[in-house]
Structure formats: structure tokens, C-alpha cells
Design a protein around this ligand. Structure first.
Ligand code: RIB
Ligand code: CA
Length: 306
């Protein structure tokens, strides 16, 4: 049983909502201790997460809004698309109860009160995690693991990878603090997450479930596909969450990860180097069992017995 805090920019790309749904549907493996939100309108993001939890009968899981702006406060909020919350939140949801704790306080309190027990799964920009480390450096040695969806480690490998990834690009300084902290980190980069996606056929299977959570997921994904004008969307964030439950879904290599913060063209790039013995290496996912993960994801999302 893994005790997890999910730190998320839920509401923009629909994959955060799918990761939360996967956590909700994995009660046998995961104790979801809290959801924390980051980047942009963190209160709106928190309401979306709370609504999903409430629909699934998990209203007791605290949802704490975190830091809206990148750490240095001199970078823009990237990727706020404008559709966040539409079709999901209604006027009745104004009363959804968001935690009175700040995300950073909640993360610190959980990690320090359950030493060695808490896994932080970060599926948005790393601002909340960096601020937590600045405020309480001891969380680095007391966290069980930090699993990060972010970065790109290989270029020109046939996947036509972009050279920078959104979560790192949004707040490179925060990413630098987290990756250089010495905490035990598993990195789930675009190199592998771009291999996994769901399409309209999968959505058909999820709609057949007809539970309130399944219905909500289907409408969220359909709305997102309409906005991005595609018939599929990637499962970046669900893959990161899945790694916390079944690490055998991915192959990892130990590497040292540097984050570029000052380049004329390269700010936000993650540089992967061979790990030397004195480095505290990051476990970097370099491959994924695509069919195994897809089966893992769909079986859980479509299950009535979680
Ligand atoms: O690059 C993929 C990441 O950016 C995912 O976390 C997705 O949700 C978006 O925020
Ligand atoms: Ca995300």
C-alpha cells in the first residue's frame, strides 16, 4: 500500500484528471493522502479535483491549493487554455470544501509526520515541491520517493520529441531545485509518455461502465479532444501514477539530471548525463511496456470494484 500525495495542474490537459481517476480506482494499492494543486488558478484546479473525489465517494481526501506563479515570479503562467472547469463545475460546486492548509504546508506536514512513507507524485510544474524543500529541507531524506512526470532525455530518437517538456518549462528553477535536492526521484519523461495514449475506442469502453466517475471522465476527455482537435490524447500523468503502483511497467536507467535555467534557447531543457558513483542518481524511465500499461490503465478505470 503506497501513501501518495498527487501534486497536479489538473484542469488544462485532461491527463491529470485521468491520473486522479486512476488513483481513485486503485484503492487497493494506494492510500491517497492528499491532492495539491499548482500553476495558474490553483483554487479552480482544486475544485475540479474535489469534485472528482466527491463523485467517487472520497470527499475526505484533502485538496489543498498551492502556488500559482513560478518560483522566481518572473516567468509567465504557461498553458492556461481557458476551458478549465467548463462543463465540469456548476454553480452548486461553489460550496465544495477545499482544504484550509496550503499545499506546501500539507506536503511538509504529511512527509514529516510519516517519515519514509509518503510518495509525492508530481504531474505539474514543480513549484510546490521546490517550495516545500526550501521551507523544510529534511523532507528530502524523509520522503519515500518523488515520481515526476516531466522532462525529455533523448532527442531525435524517431519519436520526433520536442526538446523541452511543459512541466519543466513552466518553472525551470523549481525543477532545478527538486532534481538537485538529493531526494530519491523517478523521472517519467516525454520519451516514454508519448508512447501511451487513449482514443475514441477506449472512451467507448469507459462509457459502457456508466458509473458517475466514468461518465465524468468521458465528458472531460471528449471536451478536451474537441478543443485539441484530435481523436486521441496522451496518458503522460497516468503513467507516472502507475509507476508508483507497478514499477515493472517501465524500464529505468540511473542518470544525473541537470535543468537548464539560463539558456538563450534551451531554458527548461533537461540534460541527462551518466550517473557517477558520487551522484545521487535519478531513476529515468527509458521505455514502457505499452500494452501492459494500457491494460493496467483500462482495467482499473473500467472496474466497478476498486
Ligand atoms: O508534458 C506533459 C505534461 O504537461 C503533463 O503533465 C500534462 O498534464 C501537461 O501539464
Ligand atoms: Ca499535468
Amino acid at each position: 500500500m503506497r501513501r501518495i500525495i498527487l501534486d497536479t495542474d489538473i484542469g488544462t490537459d485532461v491527463d491529470d484528471a485521468l491520473a486522479l481517476a486512476l488513483a481513485i480506482q486503485s484503492k487497493k494499492d494506494i492510500e491517497l493522502r492528499a491532492v495539491t494543486t499548482v500553476h495558474g488558478n490553483v483554487n479552480l484546479r482544486a475544485k475540479i479535483a474535489k469534485k472528482m473525489l466527491k463523485i467517487a465517494g472520497l470527499e475526505n481526501v484533502p485538496v489543498a491549493p498551492g502556488i500559482a506563479q513560478p518560483l522566481m515570479r518572473d516567468r509567465p503562467i504557461l498553458g492556461w487554455a481557458g476551458h478549465e472547469g467548463s462543463g465540469i463545475l456548476t454553480p452548486e460546486d461553489d460550496g465544495l470544501e477545499i482544504s484550509k492548509f496550503h499545499a506546501v504546508d500539507l506536503i511538509i506536514s504529511e512527509v514529516m509526520s510519516m517519515k519514509g512513507e509518503i510518495t509525492l507524485v508530481a504531474i505539474g510544474p514543480l513549484t510546490n515541491l521546490a517550495a516545500s524543500i526550501i521551507r523544510e529541507p529534511d523532507i528530502v531524506k524523509n520522503v519515500k520517493e518523488i515520481i515526476i512526470m516531466g522532462g525529455v532525455t533523448r532527442l531525435f530518437n524517431g519519436l520526433n520529441l520536442p526538446y523541452r517538456e511543459h512541466n519543466i518549462l513552466c518553472d525551470p528553477e523549481a525543477a532545478k531545485i527538486v532534481f538537485s535536492s538529493g531526494a530519491p526521484i523517478t523521472m517519467v519523461p516525454l520519451d516514454v509518455t508519448l508512447k501511451v495514449y487513449i482514443d475514441r475506442k477506449d472512451l467507448g469502453e469507459i462509457s459502457a461502465v456508466k458509473s458517475p466517475l466514468a461518465n465524468l471522465i468521458v465528458s472531460m476527455v471528449e471536451e478536451y479532444l474537441r478543443i485539441v482537435k484530435r481523436d486521441y490524447t496522451w496518458l503522460h500523468d497516468p503513467l507516472a501514477l502507475s509507476v508508483s503502483i507497478d514499477p515493472s511497467l517501465v524500464k529505468t536507467v540511473d542518470m544525473k539530471i541537470l535543468v537548464e535555467t539560463k539558456g538563450e534557447y534551451t531554458t527548461g531543457q533537461t540534460i541527462a548525463l551518466p550517473a557517477r558513483p558520487e551522484d545521487n542518481p535519478v531513476k529515468v524511465c527509458v521505455d514502457v511496456d505499452v500494452a501492459g500499461f494500457k491494460d493496467f490503465f483500462m482495467t482499473r478505470i473500467c472496474s466497478k470494484n476498486t
